[in-house]
Write a protein that binds this ligand. Structure first.
Ligand code: ADP
Ligand code: MG
Length: 256
């Protein structure tokens, strides 16, 4: 009988929703992603943390092909990322992304923002798209703001609309790149609570954040990046209480 050693971070391939293997990316001379291997299981919440400039945003952006990669492979649900055209638009719908800057369409109402992708990419009919948009806006707590324009909303409300807009596409996975970093402190929790609820509902999520409370309570796994590499991966308890690498210890001593 042979015992196969399996590390805690290993995810059964059948359950992998997002898989990065040997991913490398340069910006000119800068090697911004170095040999990234990362597998995210269905329903898993992975929090990515690390110093500024370590490649966290670039990592997110490669997963929905806002950035190309130089080497390695990325698959979603077992399929390689498409290169262009309709397939690429569909991929971007499957991989919902929420940015630090809310990126809503300024000249469209809140309701129209949440309907647009459904109409254009998913080809949902107008009535169904509106019903769904209203339901989602209620779910994130901004149902009464549907007819306003983004600039008439607070930052926290705008970010919740951005989450509803991504959810309207029925994404397989949601990427959050520092979704609360641009918010006034009193608005951070209202956005984190929506994300917590999504996590509890079983959404697969990759979350770049400095909100360690969120990481502790919502993450299944913390991925710590530095200088374009994944330096450490662990469950939150283990990572925060007992980081293994000096880089992680140093980082945590500065932020906690
Ligand atoms: P993080 O999100 O961890 O702060 P980023 O992924 O944004 O890190 O950036 C990683 C590194 O790549 C940084 O040094 C940044 O300046 C550089 N970088 C990011 N985007 C570009 C770009 N489009 N062109 C050139 N360099 C970039
Ligand atoms: Mg970033």
């Amino acid at each position: 009988m042979s015992e196969v050693s399996v590390t805690k971070d290993a995810t059964p391939a059948t359950n992998a929703l997002v898989a990065l293997s040997g991913v490398n990316k340069h910006f000119g001379a800068l090697h911004v992603l170095q040999d990234i291997d990362l597998t995210i299981a269905r329903g898993e919440v992975v929090v990515v943390i690390g110093p500024s400039g370590s490649g966290k945003s670039t990592l997110c952006r490669t997963i929905n092909r806002l950035e190309t990669i130089d080497a390695g492979s990325i698959t979603i649900d077992g399929k390689p990322l498409p290169q262009e055209g309709k397939e690429l638009a569909r991929l971007r719908a499957d991989v919902g992304m929420v940015f630090q800057s809310f990126n809503l369409f300024a000249h469209k109402t809140v309701l129209e923002n949440v309907m647009l992708g459904q109409l254009k990419v998913r080809k949902t009919d107008k009535k169904a798209a509106e019903d769904k948009a209203r339901k989602l806006l209620d779910r994130v707590g901004v149902g009464t703001q549907a007819d306003k324009y983004p600039a008439q909303l607070s930052g926290g409300q705008q970010q919740r609309v951005a989450i509803a807009r991504a959810l309207a596409m029925d994404p397989k996975v949601m990427l959050f790149d520092e979704p609360t970093s641009a918010l006034d402190p009193e608005m951070i929790n209202e956005v984190l609570e929506v994300m917590q609820q999504l996590a509890r509902d079983g959404m697969t999520m990759v979350v770049v954040t400095h909100e360690m409370g969120f990481a502790r309570s919502a993450a299944n796994r913390v991925v710590f990046m530095a200088d374009g590499r994944i330096v450490e991966e662990a469950e939150p308890e283990q990572f925060f209480n007992n980081p293994r690498s000096d880089r992680a210890k140093d980082f945590l001593s500065k932020i906690l």
